[in-house]
Design a protein around this ligand. Structure first.
Ligand SMILES: Nc1ncnc2c1ncn2[C@@H]1O[C@H](COP(=O)(O)OP(=O)(O)OP(=O)(O)O)[C@@H](O)[C@H]1O
Length: 339
């Protein structure tokens, strides 16, 4: 049975949808050698929605390219639905949106979808449904050159849906989109995820991982440094952020800097104190009783703080990313599935 946003996926296959084991990939030689991917293990099960996060050059795109069979690993193994990636792609089990995906400006939206549909077995009969699900039906006769950036990305997503793939690989699909275009795009993707489609996406937008991916894989220096539920990755870095306005913020910051429960303290303005603390109740009491504080706020750490800290730890010369002897991250529990 074909998956649509209002139907359930077929019975689960035993094989993971995506399985990378001990995958390495480097480019160039000698002094010019770049170790882009260094021993990545990653298993994605049917129905997972996984965000792949990492700074520029972390190895996300090369990892996704290997999942799509566009690059071969130097060592290690990549399987997609139990098969070689190139065979899985040819069999229509994978749909991809890559950073470089080109569209023909002179074609209209529906013409584009029909043209690509004719390349996939059974693709023609999916045109209407795919257009609807990607929110493209009202744009059917619009020339691609006239579409906004967000509309073009929804068109690329529609094209990736045409083979009715088991796995969708999206490499920074919302780069450069404004907030409302991103939201529209994720509504379309979320509907597919909720229908049981497996989705792996690379992004720099931490909010997208927090909002749309039950599981987050964090890469740094070609390695996976965290792979867990997004909530668990976020909570790996303990503490809360307490901010308040106080007349003596600078002096307080100096006093507090060495305290054991204070992870970090700063003064963004002379009267504003911002601190990451492990015992927020104690500092909230002090703020209200002794610091003449107003505008007190205490918020849990977000994924961006966890991301910054875990990446810093991993790329620290003593943290291990630069050594092949480093301890690999703990293997994740079976990942959460999309709701
Ligand atoms: N074809 C190539 N030849 C040489 N080096 C490459 C090639 N492709 C990737 N690299 C290098 O491999 C490393 C990982 O690149 P990759 O594109 O996977 O990073 P990324 O995490 O996707 O970054 P971004 O977020 O900027 O897209 C980088 O140092 C990059 O310069």
């Amino acid at each position: 049975m074909e998956r649509t946003s209002d139907s359930l996926p077929p019975a689960a296959d035993a094989a993971p949808v995506l399985d990378l084991r001990g995958v390495h990939k480097s480019f160039g030689r000698g002094a010019h050698r770049v170790d882009a991917v260094r021993g990545v293990d990653l298993t994605v099960h049917r129905g997972d929605v996984v965000a792949l996060l990492g700074h520029n050059g972390a190895g996300k795109s090369v990892t996704l390219d290997m999942a799509l069979g566009l690059q071969a690993p130097a060592s290690g193994e990549v399987r997609v639905c139990g098969d070689r990636p190139s065979r899985a792609v040819s069999a229509g089990r994978v749909g991809a949106m890559l950073q470089s995906g080109a569209l023909l400006d002179d074609l209209r939206v529906a013409e584009t979808v029909r043209a690509v549909a004719s390349l996939h077995p059974g693709g023609r009969r999916r045109v209407g449904s795919v257009m609807d699900r990607a929110g493209l039906t009202p744009l059917a006769t619009r020339r691609v050159s006239r579409c906004s950036g967000g509309e073009k990305q929804r068109l690329r997503f529609a094209l990736a849906l045409l083979p009715d793939p088991d796995l969708m690989v999206l490499d920074e699909p919302t780069a450069g989109m404004d907030v409302s275009a991103r939201q529209e795009f994720w509504e379309v993707v979320s509907a597919e995820a909720q229908a049981g489609r497996t989705i792996v996406f690379a992004t720099h937008y931490l909010a997208e991982a927090e909002e749309y991916a039950p599981r987050t894989v964090l890469m740094a220096g070609g390695r996976v440094i965290a792979d867990d539920t997004t909530e668990a990755v976020r909570s790996r870095v303990p503490g809360r952020v307490l901010t308040c306005t106080t007349p003596d913020a600078g002096r307080l910051a100096q006093q507090l800097a060495g305290e054991p429960d204070v992870v970090d303290v700063r003064t963004p303005t002379p009267d504003r104190l911002e601190m990451r603390v492990t015992d927020s109740d104690r500092f909230a009491r002090l703020a209200l009783t002794e610091w003449r504080a107003t505008g007190l706020q205490i918020v849990p750490l977000g994924l961006d703080e966890a991301f910054a800290e875990l990446t810093r730890e991993a790329t620290d010369p003593h943290g291990g990313t630069d050594s092949d002897q480093s301890t690999p991250p703990a293997r994740p529990e079976p990942a959460a599935t999309a709701a």
